[in-house]
Write a protein that binds this ligand. Structure first.
Ligand SMILES: C[S@@+](CC[C@H](N)C(=O)[O-])C[C@H]1O[C@@H](n2cnc3c(N)ncnc32)[C@H](O)[C@@H]1O
Length: 341
């Protein structure tokens, strides 16, 4: 387990709402206790839990309804051997192959510097010629580089109001990209299992053949919202060079259309959880949930009991740190792990 955690600590860290990077030690304990050979990470997000499961030796299936999370899992979880070479990197960082300028035209004055936007366009002109895992690493690195350079990693505003002079906000995107490729290259390894990554709604994931199913849906907050597209639309668009994506032109941030998910709303979350538990009733279910979200713990236990005899709730203590980043001050909210077997 220690080796798996050491590997996971090196996983390139995307700032992502609800990421379980800091919970990895707790999750690892639970997964080791549960055992099994195959695992599904049905809401993979930043990819850190899928990568932990891979490091623990599971045959991993990752899924998310956004595209960039599934590309990250292709690069780091499905991919077992391929790295991006210095030559590949030099090419991607060189002059444009076709002079495309979609990002420069569309996001002028909104995000990054002009040089950064030129770089993103020209980098994509080369990425378009890559296939397979090399392409996945290159896109993952572009996504991570863009998230690092954007204040707080979210694309809900277009000015530099959060600029605190940090290196990440000033390093040219091209340099960020090189660092991010190196970071993804470093975490490539084989666990000798056929891991897979999908992009789709959880309701369309094949429910058979998973010993363990990890569920980390968005939390339905009592107020406020938890819209992933609103925060990460730029990363989602970038991951496919906006091909087939519809930008809401009247929005200041040039965001993409909101993606409906029943997990985000008070009126639909209970039924969505019930349906999901039912779908995965033949697997051991591990669910992450926040103590200040809806429905509450008692209701979730009730829902799990509809399909599982043995249901356990484990609140996670706050005071720990993990990896190279010391734990930020935790808010007064507990993370829950529900285990149904
Ligand atoms: C709390 S985050 C997962 C965080 C992840 N475990 C991590 O450590 O980074 C929830 C994820 O669920 C995805 N999502 C939301 N609704 C979904 C749905 N109906 N089907 C599949 N994925 C969905 C979001 O795109 C988001 O990445």
């Amino acid at each position: 387990m220690d080796e798996a955690l050491a590997r996971t600590a090196a996983f390139p860290r995307l700032r992502y709402m609800g990421s379980k990077y800091r919970l990895a030690p707790h999750l690892a304990e639970v997964f080791v206790e549960l055992g099994g050979h195959t695992a599904l990470d049905a809401f993979s997000g930043s990819g850190v839990v899928s990568y932990l499961l891979k490091s623990l030796g599971y045959q991993v299936t990752s899924n998310d309804f956004l595209n960039f999370p599934s590309i990250i899992c292709r690069a780091a979880v499905v991919n077992q051997t391929v790295q991006l070479s210095e030559t590949d990197m030099d090419k991607i960082c060189g002059t444009s192959a076709d002079g495309r300028d979609f990002i420069q035209r569309t996001f002028d004055g909104l995000y990054f510097t002009q040089n950064d936007r030129v770089f993103l366009d020209s980098a994509w002109s080369h990425v378009d010629q890559l296939t397979g895992h090399k392409r996945a690493i290159a896109i993952s690195a572009l996504v991570l580089a863009s998230a690092k350079k954007q204040p707080r990693g979210v694309f809900t505003f277009t000015d530099l109001r959060y600029d605190d002079g940090r290196r990440d906000l000033h390093l040219p995107l091209r340099e960020h990209f090189r660092e991010c490729v190196a970071a993804y290259n470093r975490v490539v390894f084989t666990n000798r299992r056929r891991n897979r990554a999908f992009c789709g709604d959880v309701s369309s994931v094949d429910a058979t053949g998973h010993d363990v199913v990890y569920l980390d849906p968005p939390y339905a907050p009592p107020r406020d919202d938890n819209d992933y597209i609103k925060r990460y639309h730029f990363l989602e668009g970038l991951s496919v060079y906006w091909q087939g994506q519809k930008i809401m032109e009247h929005t200041k941030t040039k965001k993409l259309e909101k993606r409906f998910t029943p997990f985000s709303y008070k009126r639909t979350v209970t039924e969505a959880l019930r349906e999901t538990f039912k779908r995965f009733k033949d697997s051991t279910i591990v669910l992450s949930y926040s103590s200040n979200a809806l429905p509450d713990a008692a209701a979730i236990i009730g829902l799990l009991r509809e399909v599982k005899d043995d249901v356990e709730l484990r609140p996670i203590a706050h005071e720990y740190s993990f990896g190279t980043h010391s734990a930020a001050k935790r808010r007064d909210v507990a993370e829950y792990l529900f285990i149904g077997r």
